[in-house]
Design a protein. Structure first.
Ligand code: ATP
Length: 351
């Protein structure tokens, strides 16, 4: 087990003559044996980050350390890294057993330990012994992904890189493997980076989560930290569902005020323009609410109901127990103490 550090990594691709800045000065530390999720929208640089760690891409600047060791000069096959992709790239002409044995063989494990490693990894990933002699094409998508994970685990990697390994699977299987991944990680103890574009997957799997945008790390923290103390508007809106509603207004005399009667007292915060963010749980439908609006849509998710309320203030999503219908006029009360305040450039005011 080693800790993994990336320091000031930049990676630029070329598209025609135009540069594409895939990673911009990325610095990230993952503790020994930690499972960190990396989340961000499509194209923000998540895969490139993993490829740099694996040695499949060389950055222009910065360095990667496994423990104290600089690894940029170490070729991919000697880095001791396990890599699992979104679409499991199993060798079609090899059996499941041979696929899983491929890593230990190519890393010249002694013959006796290859078999033990294959069977242990298959057991860990709950790949049935009966499947081992079969060809990958005879397996379901979920089974193939289990084999791909077993193949990565069979080499007992110090570092495990998982690039959207669940996103090609159906919802039920995804939830099942989500839970299993945490168990497998605990058993393998490999320092693990798990990439996904799905914030709920990132929050559920990562002990800590790195949020990326446009080649940069925006914030690293636990699910609770990202949810309660987002560093900026991007993280505030990316983490949590439904997304946080934002209102542009002004702070003066200890109050935030925006269009449509949206106003609340502040404990702190200097005067000037600002943005205030409310999550659905920070607002409720109440007869004495200060905001009047019309319900534009209702999402009933069983456990929770969300009403989208529009008015002169904009639109806010409200979690509610009340039965409301689209078109209905309602009053909304905001919990000003729970508002998240941001500068006009999007940075958290009290961060
Ligand atoms: P996704 O979630 O869609 O897989 P991502 O966050 O993993 O996206 P990357 O695949 O790392 O993002 O890509 C980051 C940026 O670099 C994107 O703009 C992408 O188009 C670009 N890029 C990636 N690989 C190359 C390449 N080989 N040549 C040119 N541009 C590339």
């Amino acid at each position: 087990m080693v800790d993994l550090r990336l320091s000031n990594i930049s990676k630029t691709y070329r598209r025609g003559t135009a540069p594409v800045f895939a990673l911009r000065d990325v610095t990230l530390e993952i503790a020994r044996g930690e499972l960190m999720a990396v989340v961000g929208p499509s194209g923000c640089g998540k895969t490139t980050l993993l490829r740099v760690v694996a040695g499949l891409e060389r950055p222009e600047t910065g360095n990667v350390y496994f423990g104290e060791r600089e690894v940029l000069a170490v070729p991919a096959e000697r880095r001791g890294v396990g890599f699992v992709f979104q679409h499991p790239a199993l060798y079609p002409h090899l059996s499941v057993y041979e696929n899983v044995a491929f890593g230990p063989h190519s890393q010249r494990f002694p013959a006796a330990s290859v078999d033990a490693s294959v069977r242990e990894a298959a057991r860990q990933m709950r790949v049935d012994e009966d499947l081992l002699p079969h060809a990958p094409r005879e397996l379901s998508g979920g089974q193939r992904q289990r084999v791909a994970l077993a193949r990565a685990l069979a080499t007992k990697p110090q570092i495990l890189l998982l690039d959207e390994p669940l996103s090609a699977l159906d919802a039920q299987l995804r939830l099942e493997l989500r839970v299993e991944l945490a168990r497998i990680h605990d058993a393998s103890a490999a320092t693990t980076l798990f990439v996904t574009h799905d914030q709920s997957e990132a929050l559920s799997i990562g002990r800590r989560i790195a949020v990326m945008r446009d080649g940069r790390i925006e914030q690293v923290g636990t699910a609770r930290e990202l949810y309660d103390r987002p560093a900026n508007v991007f993280v505030a809106q990316f983490i949590g569902a439904p997304p946080m509603a934002l209102f542009s207004g002004t702070i003066s005399d200890g109050r935030f005020s925006a269009a449509g009667g949206l106003t609340f007292a502040l404990a702190a915060g200097g005067p000037g323009p600002a943005l205030a963010g409310f999550r659905a749980s920070d607002a409720r439908i109440a007869d004495d609410g200060e905001l009047r609006g019309t319900v534009s849509a209702v999402e009933d998710l069983g456990a929770d109901t969300y009403a989208y309320v529009g008015g002169a203030f904009g639109t806010i999503v409200v979690r509610t127990q009340a039965t409301v219908r689209p078109g209905e006029s309602v009053a909304v009360r905001l919990d000003g103490a729970r508002a998240k305040l941001f500068d006009v450039d999007g940075k958290r005011k009290d961060a």
